[in-house]
Ligand binder design. Structure first.
Ligand SMILES: N=c1c2ncn([C@@H]3O[C@H](COP(=O)(O)OP(=O)(O)OP(=O)(O)O)[C@@H](O)[C@H]3O)c2ncn1[C@@H]1O[C@H](COP(=O)(O)O)[C@@H](O)[C@H]1O
Length: 121
């Protein structure tokens, strides 16, 4: 049954539902249909939903951002399932980055790139 209030754990529950659709009848489930069509179709759908979220954000349409973000997250989870990746693996990647400023990381990367670049002189 649908719940009015959700929380972050909603993603994990939704992923379990999506993963359970692998190999299910494509005529009985939208998720099964998407997974059946392969990773390219799943990626295309995620791209479309991302663009719709972007359009809502730039139109300052807050309700649209919420609704399109929900579509985007659903399609992101489908893409993970199609790629044999779990949300937990993504959470672990985020956890490894926790506490590292994006600016500091970028500066360190640019320093490394500079050192690795061939000497033009
Ligand atoms: N959260 C979602 C969810 N969000 C969006 N969508 C579907 O994603 C589709 C995206 O909209 P589009 O207009 O792009 O769809 P479309 O034109 O039919 O898509 P294509 O023909 O291009 O593939 C819609 O059909 C939505 O119903 C979702 N479908 C399913 N879920 C969840 O997944 C669970 C399992 O769903 P089934 O696999 O269908 O049983 C559901 O209980 C929900 O919790």
């Amino acid at each position: 049954m649908a719940q009015e209030a959700g929380d972050g754990r909603q993603l994990d529950r939704l992923f379990e539902t999506i993963a359970a659709r692998k190999g299910a009848d494509p005529d009985a489930s939208y998720t099964a249909k998407l997974l059946h069509r392969g990773v390219e179709k799943c990626a295309q759908k995620m791209g479309e939903e991302a663009v719709e979220a972007i359009i809502a954000a730039t139109a300052r349409d807050k309700a649209g951002v919420i609704s399109e973000s929900a579509d985007l997250l659903y399609h992101w989870l489908v893409l993970l399932a199609a790629s044999d990746v779990t949300p937990q693996e993504v959470y672990a990647a985020l956890a490894r980055r926790e506490g590292t400023s994006g600016l500091a990381e970028k500066a360190a990367r640019q320093k490394t790139d500079k050192n690795a670049a061939p000497n033009k002189n």
